[in-house]
Design a protein around this ligand. Structure first.
Ligand code: AMP
Length: 546
């Protein structure tokens, strides 16, 4: 027997209409490319997004078409975020930090018909134009007529100005209802090996993910929150912040392209931000600036970090020196992205100091709606004892079932589990801790060594700015850890003092066989260590040793 409840579908447009109707005066504040501050309200976002649908229609966009963006966090980008899915098209955010040939590949793979581009990417779009002309008919620069940059396109492509198009359009559009499983957004994984793969989100998955991240034990976003996603809107939907802020009626602060310590400090304080989210590197930069300038954060209460493992120094320094709680999250493009969040349960609530930090290094417990397990090489489930580590598998209504262009379900095993490619432990309270990407784990004499654990200890050395541990081939042990460190500005690193830090913290056989000091480490387009490149250079480092 079917129940008798209304069957209104979960439309992304209704996140926005909720914000416009019930939180009409809550603000969306943006730092623009021209370095001005733009302020308007959720009511304005909704009206302008309807106007943008009329623009998209004039550009020939219809249901199912992909609308690409190459843009920083800003209000015009936000309007594309809502207008494209609202009209049943797909908002395809592209990471501008990728290699131009990867960007062209992604645009063509997605068959984007139109691209919305920030002025700072004028040279990039000129460079790739000849390679994307078969698909992209219009490039719309996200600026006003007075700030149009020099852009040269290929024959058959048209250049347009966002504000000029918007000024000429009506806002008489009415948001339609359609199947909530319709595609809403597309995001390609950064892919440290091989070509990037597309993850195609739905309206339904986005709604459920939005609900879950707002919960008190997750990001705890409400109408009184002032939210600044440092994480770019091209990195897995800025972790859902643009949707969650709207559904909560929170103030949303979009910082634009400059994410350095001084700029961030200024915007966080001026706009009275209470909650911010981003990768550890950005907050390490912020910390360095606060320490060297003596500045304080006047309103920020919580920093959520994820995307790569949070180093202990970040958690300790913000808590002890600035009274700010650094909270650890884990996710991936295939999970919309949030899978786990580290909010203590009663058993951990009393932890302080080093014990609290140790606990916060865990990536956390699942957000409600997601299930997870760890399995060994034969697929057998491993115990939740915080010690056994194995491949992390997940399931849930906002987990991808296949990559764009593939058969539905093709990314899942026979029981519907998605293999994350991460290696993790889970403790008795359900807190998961990533020990590695499965391809980064070091297999020494048949036992596994966690590269993340070794890196975290290395970066706690005062003279070390960044560290990477990779598996180098070894005649006797198969693989042994090799530590690469970048000195902090103005410092030199003494390898022996770095190795001394490991004493008492890890088993002796986990110690890196050697420490190599390097001027810099390679990174992916989302700021993660590019270990494939390091392995290519250093994999034979121990060859010939006993
Ligand atoms: P992406 O799809 O680009 O967001 O990358 C997802 C991957 O980033 C995950 O599979 C993890 O390997 C890594 N990752 C994300 N969050 C964390 C975290 N808190 N700690 C360690 N690794 C993380």
């Amino acid at each position: 027997m079917l129940g008798l409840m209304q069957t209104k579908g979960l439309m992304i447009s209704s996140i926005l209409t909720h914000a416009a109707r019930h939180h009409a005066s809550a603000e969306v504040i943006s730092r623009t490319h021209e370095n001005t501050t733009h302020r308007y309200t959720w009511r304005d976002v909704e009206a302008r997004s309807r106007r943008l649908v009329r623009v998209l229609q004039k550009l020939g966009i219809g249901a199912g078409d992909r609308v690409g963006t190459l843009a920083w966090n800003g209000y015009r980008h936000l309007e594309v975020y809502y207008a494209a899915p609202g009209m049943e098209a797909v908002c395809h955010t592209i990471n501008p930090r990728l290699h131009p040939s990867d960007i062209a590949y992604i645009v063509n793979h997605a068959q984007d018909k139109v691209l919305f581009v920030d002025s700072s990417f004028a040279a990039l779009i000129t460079a790739i134009a000849p390679h994307i002309a078969a698909n992209v008919k219009t490039v719309v620069m996200l600026t006003d007529a007075g700030h149009m940059p020099e852009v040269t396109l290929a024959p058959g492509m048209t250049l347009a100005c966002y504000d000029t198009l918007m000024d000429a359009a009506d806002d008489d559009y009415v948001w339609p209802d359609f199947d909530e499983n319709t595609a809403s957004a597309l995001c390609y994984t950064s892919g440290t090996t091989g070509r990037p793969k597309g993850v195609l989100y739905t309206h339904r998955a986005t709604w459920l993910h939005t609900y879950s991240i707002m919960l008190p034990d997750v990001m705890n976003i409400g109408a009184n929150s002032r939210v600044l996603p440092v994480v770019p809107m091209f990195h897995v939907n800025a972790w859902g912040a643009p949707y969650a802020a709207a559904l909560a009626g929170a103030t949303l602060v979009l910082p634009g392209r400059h994410l350095d310590g001084p700029t961030l400090t200024e915007i966080l304080n001026t706009e009275r931000v209470t909650f911010t989210a981003g990768v550890p590197t950005v907050f390490l930069g912020l910390l360095q600036h606060l320490r060297s300038s003596g500045s304080r954060l006047t309103t920020v209460k919580r920093i959520v970090t994820g995307g790569s493992a949070a180093p202990p120094i970040l958690i300790d320094a913000f808590r002890d020196e600035y009274g700010v709680s650094v909270e650890h999250a884990w996710g991936m493009s295939e999970l919309s992205p949030l899978g786990t969040f580290n909010t203590p349960k009663a058993a951990q609530a009393g932890l302080t100091g080093a014990e609290a930090t140790r606990h916060m290094l865990k990536q956390g417990r699942v957000s409600p709606g997601i299930d997870m397990k760890i399995v060994d090489g034969e697929g057998r489930e491993l115990p939740w004892d915080g010690v056994a580590f194995g491949d992390l598998m997940v399931k849930g209504p906002w987990v991808a079932s296949a990559y764009y262009g593939d058969e539905p379900g093709s990314a899942l095993d026979v029981n519907g589990w998605f293999a994350t490619g991460d290696v993790a432990t889970i403790d008795a309270d359900g807190f998961m801790e990533i020990t590695d990407r499965s391809k980064d784990v070091i297999k020494s004499g048949g036992e596994w060594i966690s590269s993340i654990t070794l890196e975290n200890i290395a970066v706690s050395h005062p003279d070390v700015a960044e560290a990477a541990v990779i598996a180098a081939a070894h005649k006797k042990w198969d693989e042994r850890p090799l530590l690469l460190v970048v000195p902090a500005p103005g410092k030199t690193v003494d390898p022996a003092s770095v190795l001394a830090l490991y004493e008492g913290k890890v088993a002796k056989w986990w110690l890196p066989d050697e420490v190599v000091v390097v001027p810099e480490l390679p990174h992916t387009a989302t700021g993660k260590l590019l270990k494939t490149a390091l392995r290519a250079t250093y994999k034979d480092h121990y060859i010939g040793r006993p």
